[in-house]
Design a protein around this ligand. Structure first.
Ligand SMILES: [Zn+2]
Ligand SMILES: [Zn+2]
Length: 296
């Protein structure tokens, strides 16, 4: 009945997916799900639809069962495999049915939502049912987990040290090259902040406090493409002026810890300021968002 949205696919880590409501006839009649066009297109990503057995008076000795992975919305880590009967029930035509069986935990009731999706890393398509009343809660919970994970994941453990080295450099104190995971040059950070005129590149009206070191509006330096992604850019250093933005501490915290809509808004403003430099690194807005775990 519907293909999954980009957001739903992202939350499930799926490449394609579809869903439809189980009808009374499907649930009580021969207890099967008749796959619609969308669902067949999803299935076809992992299964040769021509390999599925045909019935309806046709002589076809092939097994009616195919392997699937279970989609269990009540335990998303459940990755059991199930062998589900699937056939073209008629001698001609494209009607395709998947048969429910309580014995293999593949059982839906009328009004439940049948879900099918594929993940790149998985061999079999995932199928399962979710009660209609649980639909919104399921996506809400998944979204919450994704928000929490992406803010934690984007944390930069070296950031405090970086800001400290920046202060030392601003004060003219020699900074020792530190043995952090992703070495960065605090001289470039100092330059980036000076180039911004000691303003926040999100909005120059963001006033902070007078830095005792520079005597100017206090600012922090942030790598727009996070240094933790350096390995994906083998030919270019991410520690370059075009990738360093001057941010007030509040915007800096928000770009690391804000919810995805806040981060996306900040990224959009900063992307437009640094578009040229990011283009040189082959990074468009979609890519930038994905580096922050935000869907664009
Ligand atoms: Zn930062
Ligand atoms: Zn700011």
């Amino acid at each position: 009945m519907a293909m999954m949205s980009g957001k739903q696919l992202q939350l499930l880590g799926a490449t394609c997916g579809a869903y439809s409501v189980v009808t009374e006839r499907e649930a009580t009649g021969d207890r099967s799900v008749t796959l619609d066009m969308d669902e067949k297109s999803v299935l076809a990503q992992k299964m040769d639809l021509g390999s599925i057995a045909r019935r309806g008076g046709v002589t076809d000795d092939r097994s009616v069962r195919q392997w699937f992975s279970i989609f269990n919305p009540y335990n998303i880590f459940d990755s059991s495999m199930i062998h589900i009967p699937i056939v073209y029930p008629k001698s001609t035509g494209n009607e395709l049915r998947l048969y429910m069986q309580g014995s293999i935990d593949f059982l839906g009731n009328a009004g439940d939502v049948f879900v099918i999706f594929c993940r790149e890393s998985e061999q079999f398509p995932r199928v399962g049912f979710i009660r209609a009343a649980d639909w919104d809660t399921f996506w809400g919970n998944l979204n919450y987990v994704s928000e929490v994970n992406s803010t934690i994941y984007i944390q930069d453990i070296d950031d405090n040290q970086y800001q400290q080295s920046l202060l030392a450099t601003q004060a003219g104190i020699p900074v020792q090259q530190s043995y952090t995971a992703y070495p960065r040059n605090s001289g470039l950070a100092k330059q980036a902040i000076e180039m911004s005129g000691f303003t926040c590149e999100v909005d120059p009206r963001h006033h902070t406090f007078r830095s005792p070191v520079t005597g100017q509006n206090f600012m922090e330096a942030h790598h727009l493409i996070p240094m933790s992604h350096q390995a994906s850019f083998p030919y270019d250093s991410l520690d370059r002026l075009g990738n360093i933005v001057s941010l007030c501490p509040c915007c800096h915290k928000a770009i690391h810890l804000g919810d995805s809509s806040v981060r996306k808004e900040l990224l959009w403003t900063l992307f437009n300021k640094k578009a040229h430099a990011l283009q040189q690194l082959g990074v468009n807005f979609e890519t930038l968002c994905s580096l922050y775990g935000v869907s664009s």
